[in-house]
Design a protein around this ligand. Sequence first.
Ligand code: ARG
Length: 629
Amino acid sequence: SSSSSLVGINTIRALLADTLNEIFIDNNSEQSPPSTTPHQRYTLRDAMVTPATKPEFGDYQCNAAMSLSKKLGYKNPRECAQQIVNALQPKLDGIMELPLEVAGPGFINLKLDCAYLSKALGEMAADSAGRLAVPLTDNKKKVVVDFSSPNIAKEMHVGHLRSTIIGDTLSNVLTFAGHDVLRLNHVGDWGTQFGMLVEHLRDEYPEALLNNNQDVDLGDLVTLYKAAKKRFDVDEEFKVRAREGVVKLQAGDAESLAAWESLCRASRVEYQKIYDRLNIVGLHERGESFYNPFLEGVVTELQNLGLAVESEGATAVFLEGYANRDGSPLPMLVRKSDGGFNYATTDLAAVRHRVQFDPNEGGEKADRVLYVTDAGQSQHFEMVFAAAKKAGFVPDTVSLEHVPFGLVQGEDGKKFATRSGDTVKLKDLLDEAVRIAGEDIKSRMADHPGESELTDALSDVAKTVGIGAVKYADLSMNRESNYKFSYGRMLSLNGNTAPYMLYAYARICGIVRKATGQSEENKIIWPEAASTILITHDSEKQLVRNLVKLPDILSEVEMELYPNRLCDYLFETSQKFNQVIMKLPSVAILALTAGTAAAFAPVAQIRSSSSSTSSSHLRAVSKKDSYQI
Ligand code: ARG
């Protein structure tokens, strides 16, 4: 309920907007502004509330007076700010330190009050719904998140890994906010390469063309793909058959469809293994083939609207503002000269299907559609979105957003590859991270010299740390920058890494266990939240100020889609927690611990291996002597 929710930045914006309306529109304050220029009612945006630029200034600041002052005829912004302060103050009693301060040329500084901080943290810790008192959105939306999306029978590569990790995390954050999220795996399961693959199966694996082909083993799909491609490149007769093969498949030929199915099935098994290891759940496969029946209609519609035109035998859409290097207009192809459709055609059909609601076609009626792919596809999505809007496929209230990410590079800044220059298989990549984490654990087992095998529990820890490190490394970077893949950095115990976070979490669990006299190593019973949390030391106050900002961080991620903001928040929180530990006797720490541990719930999402991994096992990650609390 709202009474037990935290006051986040949006609540403050709303209070400020109300205040502005009261004094400047409804004029029910004691003093009217010098001039009452008509203005539309003030919105959250007009409140101009941002996080404080420096912690000394407080927690938030309001910059509204700077722009309003002149319009409303004040002598200077400070005078305007003072009038806002007079009306705002009573609303913030019990939340902010009063009296409010007008600073510099006319900023209003807002500093969370100690009584509020302890009450808010108490609510976070006591929230039995597991929401840490974070309010649910009051603007629930249907959101489609298109992510992962590997291509059938081709290698699932590090770009798909990034898409999977970022897309899954964004979906989690949106779901937590209370939105209705549909996770779609837009797999590349249609297109010209299937002609060649199906014809290759016809020759090499004829069983795959039969109706009853469930048990056919196609071996390694990448090898199969390479073999088919090789024939396509050198064998003219095969090439012709492959071209005709696509047409046959798309026309619904039973044998071709059976072969195609067997390829999809085999691919699915492979990428499901990766999803299982990364703990990706609820991802719904709806590949390109799904939109096949709509492609023809999309092109016809674009033609009827005059948007699609013939161009060198093909059909293309020309959009304003898109040109080739030589200045000639850049076409977006929607039908090839041989009649086949393009990547863009499928995406146009997909946009329409996702945002429209046609009971006969079962659309999704989404309010927001996110596409998580590498930045190299930015122009493709810009053009698809622009064409879809022009064609009237997209209602004004709907937003289509490309969520681009940078390239994964090797430590040398070059293309990420194995030593022999081949693409790195995702399975090998994950295995290697887990192996290095395991080696690290072994090297720390000083009390068991010579032990070469990890116990089951410790290899479980290695999995958690290794997979967690890969995921967290991806999330903690600004997604738009290119990122250098380094096992050393991602598995380091120092810095903003998964091992550091897991260590911080394990340490918190250790404190609770000791302070409450629990001896059971494998599970931990959280104490009842303290009824009153006293904030006495400054380090405590800094920690709590950070903790209660969780709603702000989550709503920022929800809007702007940068998961690294959440990672930064967690990292700062653990650093502030360590400050408390260094400065206070351990008994005083307990009250804060429950709240801090609660804020670590997102780490539990990042941890990926089996739930049986206990926090106490994670202690093995830390150096024995530094683990003394
Ligand atoms: N299969 C594509 C690739 O591997 C990604 C698809 C992204 N989603 C979309 N709707 N186009 O690059």
